[in-house]
Design a protein around this ligand. Structure first.
Ligand code: ATP
Ligand code: ATP
Ligand code: MG
Ligand code: MG
Ligand code: MG
Ligand code: MG
Ligand code: MG
Length: 282
C-alpha cells in the first residue's frame, strides 16, 4: 500500500486474536427464523428439508475450511469447532467468525433450490445468520459445550413434538397446549405423547432427537480396544502447545482435505462417540 497521510487510521484497528492453545467454537444462528420459517411454510415442529439444507451448508463450510474438526447443528444454529492448534487468520476472531458466517450463508442460499424444490424461490428479506466465537481451554469444556447443545436439542424437541401433537392431532390452540405443558417433566411429555396420540418418542427420527454432527471420517476404533483415554486427551490438551514441523502441518492438512465428510445423528454426550474417533480430540 502506498504511504499517505491517511494511513494512520489503520492504527485504530484493535487486535482480536483468540487465546492460543484453546478450542475455538464459532456458533451461528439464523436471524429471525421464527418469521422466516413461517414465510416458507416450514413443517412444524421439524421441517426435514430445512434441516437437510442446514447440514448441506455446514458440510460445504467444512470442505472449504479444513481447519474445522467437527460441527454440530440443530434448528437454525450450527457450531463449528477449530482445533486448539489452529492458526487460521492468526486466530483473529472477527476474521474467523465473518468467514464462517458468510460462507455458510452463501451456501445456504446456493443449496436452497435443491431442498425447497416445490416452494417459492427465496425473496428478500433473504436469510442471514449471526455468529460468535468462544474459546474452550480443555477437552472437558469442549465436550461439555457439545453436550450442552445436544441436551438443548433433546429438551426442545420433546417439548415441540408434544406441543405440536396437542395442536395438530389434539385440536388444541397454542395457548391451551402451552398451558397443558406448563410445569411438566420429560416423563409427563412422553406419557402425553404415548397415551393421547400413540406416539413413542423413542421412535421419532434421530435427526430430530439428536441433531446433526459433521466430521471427517477416518477408520473407527473398535469398542474395547486401546484408545486415547479421557485423562490422556486432557493431558494432551493442557500441555505446552505442540509444535509441528511445516511438512507435518502440510501433511495433516492434506489428509484432512481428502477425508470424507460425514453427517450423522449420533449421541455426542456419552464417551463412546469420542473414544471411537480419537483423531477428533488429539
Ligand atoms: P433470533 O434472530 O434471535 O435467533 P429466531 O426467531 O431465529 O430469532 P431462534 O431461537 O433461533 O429464534 O429460533 C429458531 C426458530 O426457527 C424457531 O422458531 C424454530 O421453530 C424455527 N425453525 C428452525 N429450524 C426449523 C425447522 N427445521 N423446522 C421448523 N422450524 C424451524
Ligand atoms: P484476503 O483473503 O487476505 O483478503 P485477497 O486475495 O482477497 O486476500 P485483498 O487484499 O482483499 O486480497 O485484495 C483483493 C484482490 O481482489 C486484489 O487482488 C484486487 O485486485 C482484486 N479485486 C477486487 N475487486 C476487484 C475488481 N473489481 N476488479 C479487479 N480486481 C479486483
Ligand atoms: Mg481487500
Ligand atoms: Mg438467537
Ligand atoms: Mg435464530
Ligand atoms: Mg436458534
Ligand atoms: Mg480480500
Amino acid at each position: 500500500m502506498a504511504n499517505s497521510k491517511f494511513e494512520y487510521v489503520k492504527q485504530f484497528e484493535q487486535p482480536d486474536s483468540l487465546l492460543p492453545n484453546t478450542w475455538i467454537i464459532v456458533r451461528l444462528d439464523g436471524r429471525g427464523f421464527t418469521k422466516f420459517s413461517t414465510k416458507y411454510a416450514f413443517e412444524k415442529p421439524n421441517d426435514k428439508r430445512a434441516l437437510d439444507l442446514m447440514n448441506a451448508a455446514a458440510r460445504s463450510v467444512m470442505s472449504e475450511l479444513p481447519d474445522i474438526t467437527i460441527a454440530y447443528g440443530v434448528s437454525d444454529e450450527y457450531s463449528f469447532v477449530f482445533h486448539k492448534s489452529c492458526t487460521l487468520f492468526e486466530r483473529r476472531a472477527s476474521k474467523l467468525v465473518s468467514t464462517i458466517v458468510s460462507t455458510f450463508t452463501a451456501y445456504y442460499i446456493h443449496h436452497w433450490p435443491t431442498y425447497f424444490v416445490d416452494g417459492p424461490p427465496l425473496s428478500p428479506p433473504l436469510p442471514s445468520f449471526d455468529g460468535r466465537a468462544v474459546c474452550y481451554p480443555s477437552v472437558q469444556n469442549l465436550r461439555d459445550y457439545m453436550s450442552w447443545r445436544q441436551v438443548d436439542c433433546h429438551i426442545n424437541n420433546l417439548y415441540n413434538t408434544t406441543f405440536w401433537a396437542l395442536i395438530n392431532q389434539g385440536g388444541m390452540d397454542g395457548t391451551a397446549a402451552e398451558l397443558m405443558l406448563k410445569g411438566t417433566f420429560s416423563a409427563d411429555k412422553n406419557e402425553i405423547l404415548f397415551k393421547k396420540f400413540g406416539i413413542n418418542y423413542n421412535n421419532e427420527p434421530e435427526i430430530f432427537k439428536k441433531g446433526s454432527v459433521i466430521f471427517r471420517n477416518y477408520e473407527l476404533v473398535e469398542p474395547g480396544t486401546k484408545k486415547v483415554s479421557e485423562e490422556e486427551a486432557e493431558e494432551m490438551s493442557s500441555a505446552v502447545p505442540e509444535v509441528k514441523s511445516k511438512s507435518q502441518v502440510e501433511k495433516d492438512k492434506k489428509a484432512r482435505t481428502k477425508a470424507k465428510i460425514v453427517v450423522e445423528h449420533l449421541d455426542i454426550i456419552r464417551d463412546e462417540f469420542w473414544e471411537r474417533r480419537p483423531w477428533l480430540l488429539s
